[in-house]
Design a protein around this ligand. Sequence first.
Ligand code: URA
Length: 201
Amino acid sequence: MPEKGEVEKVLRQLRSEAEICRRCGLYRTRTNVVFGVGPASARIMLVGEGPGFTEDKTKIPFSGAAGKYLNNLLHEAGLRREDLYVTNVVLCRPPQNRDPLPDEIETCRHFLGGHISIIKPKLVVALGRIAARTLLGRYVGISREHGNLLDCTYAGAKFKLFLTYHPAAALYGAEAKQKLQADFKKLGQILRQTGREPQDR
Ligand code: URA
């Protein structure tokens, strides 16, 4: 297991690479690259879809309305955001917040895979169908599969993957809000049953 300082160093190198990335067309419309945020020693990683309007300005994943709601959900699961690593499938905002295109997701795999293979989380939470499909490499019907805990291998790293809705779904409907709350409650129960992983290596 690499030292924490070594993990931080490799993450800094990956960030420098991301900040000048022009591998897909999203560089033309982004204001900023939104690199992942959190401790290099995090055992739990959250993966969203891609930055929105606020994140594109602040450079911080989930810093807008969906992020505020995500913080409530984390509280529900007994988690503190500062203990988690948070990133997205694509690091640049898709115009008008459209879904990232398959070629954009494929190109940004270098960075998502980089984050996962460096940090080596024990548990990843896929926030929404785009993250779930990207990590599992198959079609995921999130309304059928949300709340499931699966084995996953991505970028050569093995971890448990918990599937749930994207937190923005709660801003549009009461039904999705209830399902998200139930999923995060279940996530908290799973974490309590399995015992929390220490944050430090
Ligand atoms: N939605 C996402 O998927 N990611 C963010 O960082 C913000 C909103």
